[in-house]
Design a protein around this ligand. Structure first.
Ligand SMILES: [Fe+2]
Length: 229
């Protein structure tokens, strides 16, 4: 099954889709690319204080809307958990982890300001998740410009899996993210690619990258292998 497990297509609860109409539009466009299942991973950050209780009703709403559309992809529910002191400790304490495919947890870092991670020590937090029998996935390392290569390799050695964004290769986040993405891919530490879908700009940018002869499936052989786990 072709799964995209990182997306912000649920309407109105983070910086992704704004309306149900937009959510449906994004899901259909992704279905046209070949995705059969889209995991919805709204942010849980100090800015977007989502919980399973805020996510579930919106998820059901989108699920219902897609059910009436022939050939629409199915959706699954999870979240993108940011390492920040305002939300992450509460997530663990209250048992709010919703694993992707019963196994993976997306654990993102702050994009611009590394200080937002506060007193949290990434390796310790990754270990807590591994101790629960789950596998942490660090999304889009190419976008954390402050993150050193050694630091990233330390996480990989801990058992953290790496996911890059299709959009990074398509230039969606600028030349530095693109160069970083190509480098980590070259190094062979990327296990997954995902859309990190937020809005129609993502559809257009990744779409024109595909039009240039790139493929969602063949560009990263390891990704395809891992999808079949
Ligand atoms: Fe994301």
């Amino acid at each position: 099954m072709k799964i995209d497990f990182h997306s912000h297509i649920l309407p109105g609860i983070d910086d992704g889709a704004k309306t149900l109409e937009e959510s449906v539009q994004l899901a259909i466009a992704m279905g046209n690319w070949g995705f059969e299942r889209i995991t919805c991973t709204p942010h849980i950050t100090k800015q977007y204080r989502n919980t399973p209780q805020t996510i579930e009703p919106v998820f059901r709403q989108l699920q219902e809307a897609l059910a009436s559309i022939e050939g629409a992809p199915e959706i699954a529910m999870s979240a993108e958990y940011r390492l920040n002191p305002e939300t992450w400790p509460e997530v663990l304490e209250k048992g709010w982890l919703m694993p992707i495919e019963d196994r993976y947890i997306l654990m993102e870092f702050p994009i611009n300001d590394p200080g937002d991670i506060g007193w949290l020590k990434p390796v310790e937090e990754f270990r807590k998740v591994i101790a629960l029998g789950l596998t942490p996935i660090l999304p889009h390392p190419e976008r954390y410009f402050y993150l050193s290569h050694d630091e990233l390799m330390k996480y990989v050695d801990e058992g953290v899996m790496i996911q890059s964004n299709y959009g990074s290769f398509a230039g969606l986040y600028g030349p530095e993210a693109q160069a970083n993405a190509e480098r980590v891919l070259e190094e062979g530490i990327v296990s997954f690619l995902a859309t990190d879908m937020h809005n129609m700009k993502y559809i257009r940018t990744i779409g024109s990258w595909l039009d240039k002869g790139n493929s969602l499936w063949d560009s990263v052989p390891r990704f395809v292998r891992n999808q079949k786990h």
